[in-house]
Write a protein that binds this ligand. Structure first.
Ligand code: PLP
Length: 396
């Protein structure tokens, strides 16, 4: 097995050398000021990446899924009404978690490939004159379908309805790769993990809580122990944790924030947009279509590509692994077998992406699809040659 090739899955992402080194640490006493020198800068860095001056950042040894649970269990009560749209596997799983926590979810069924319907949210919130809905869920980037949603529009829907529900945003596959504005969008809880935009191994749930969300935690009665933000906050004041922290990963997170902020968030987002545009040019040249229904919802971190009717998209992923040692993503849930996914987030350059496009092309030709070798690569090359790179793409 070769570890030489980059991965093109939408998380975990490629880990830059500097971050691998930052995670590789000798053991330190996690109840000492030395740990504080990792913890506090990591939290401050995440806050900047969230574009927030007010978020309270908590870091749990967990994954994005644990971040979902942190949002629900700290802010809500059993039986609370929740508003959520289901437009892909990740929004589906968060809804499922709500139901398992005895929350009463009003689900807006949305075609997979479409973004969150902010107009439907507004109608439902306006009709809820008794303010029974306590939280609105929004998946910023549906990783299953390669669809981004307009979180500012969801905030505008809440405001237009004059509704006080909390806004919980899943930013697992957007934060650190696509524009995310915690304060400006009035986000109450933002959720992410270490293994996507932060380019680290899996192992951390990273959440930001607004002052309103912190207020809600005071009366929320859903059971919580491991994910209790008050226990966590108490530990932080003493440079400590309620249990054993993942120190190496947190050191990596601190370094990841430094890297992202040194490149400049706007440059990071522009790089993702540019790399994604090259992938989309290739898909177009192959004569294939994205699962994402229209350009306004195209994700800059993952593309889900529809394969021709009767052709199992998963075969491309299996063949890529076996024949070329390269990883792409399979279709999930409703689109299983109907799409394959190219992840293009994290530590990636134009040149790395061209190798991924070339590999996908070889696989499709090997499997008999009517695609011309080099067609997608050429389309992406044309795009990358013409589009100016904002930052140097030398390895960090
Ligand atoms: C990856 C992902 C998750 C799940 O995160 P885990 O770290 O695997 O628990 C949740 N939401 C979205 C949008 C994701 O892409």
């Amino acid at each position: 097995m070769s570890f030489q090739n980059p991965v093109f899955i939408p998380g975990p992402t490629n880990i830059p050398e500097g971050l691998r080194k930052a995670c590789d640490m000798p053991t330190i006493d996690h109840r000492s000021p030395l740990f504080g020198q990792i913890l506090h800068p990591a939290r401050a860095g995440v806050k900047k990446v969230l574009k927030s001056t007010e978020a309270e950042v908590f870091i749990f040894p967990s994954t994005g899924t644990g971040g979902w649970e942190t949002a629900l269990s700290n802010c809500l009560n059993a039986g609370d009404k929740i508003l959520a749209a289901r437009n892909g596997m990740f929004s589906h799983r968060w809804i499922d978690m709500c139901q398992r926590h005895a929350l009463d979810v009003q689900i807006v069924e949305t075609p997979w490939g479409h973004g969150l319907p902010a107009d439907r949210y507004e109608e439902i919130l306006t009709a809820d004159t008794g303010h029974e809905i306590k939280a609105v869920l929004a998946t910023h980037n549906e990783t299953a379908t390669g669809v981004k949603s307009d979180i500012a529009a969801v905030r505008a829907a809440l405001d237009a309805a004059g509704h006080p529900a909390l806004l919980f945003v899943d930013g697992v596959s957007s934060i650190g790769s696509m524009d995310f504005r915690f304060d400006e969008w009035g986000v109450d809880v933002a959720v992410t993990g270490s293994q996507k935009g932060f380019m680290l191994p899996a192992g951390l749930a990273i959440v930001g809580f607004s002052p309103r969300a912190m207020e809600a935690t005071k009366s929320a009665t859903l059971p919580r122990t491991f994910f209790d933000v008050h226990d966590m906050a108490k530990g932080y004041d003493a440079n400590a944790y309620p249990y054993t922290p993942a120190v190496g990963l947190m050191n990596g997170l601190n370094e990841a924030c430094t890297m992202l902020l040194a490149e400049g968030l706007d440059s990071v987002f522009a790089r993702h947009s540019r790399i994604a545009s090259g992938v989309r040019a290739a898909v177009d040249a192959w004569g294939l279509e994205l699962c994402a229904a229209s350009p306004d919802v195209y994700s800059d971190t993952v593309s889900a590509i529809r394969t021709p009717y009767g052709f199992n998209g998963t075969d491309i992923v299996t063949h890529a692994a076996q024949a070329y040692g390269v990883a792409f993503g399979v279709g999930l849930g409703e689109v299983a077998g109907k799409v394959f996914r190219i992840g293009h987030l994290g530590s990636l350059t134009d040149v790395m992406m061209l190798s991924g496009i070339a590999t996908a092309e070889m696989c499709m030709v090997d499997l008999g699809l009517d695609i011309k070798l080099g067609s997608g690569v050429a389309a992406a090359q044309d795009y990358y040659r013409a589009a100016p790179a904002l930052t140097s793409q030398h390895a960090a």
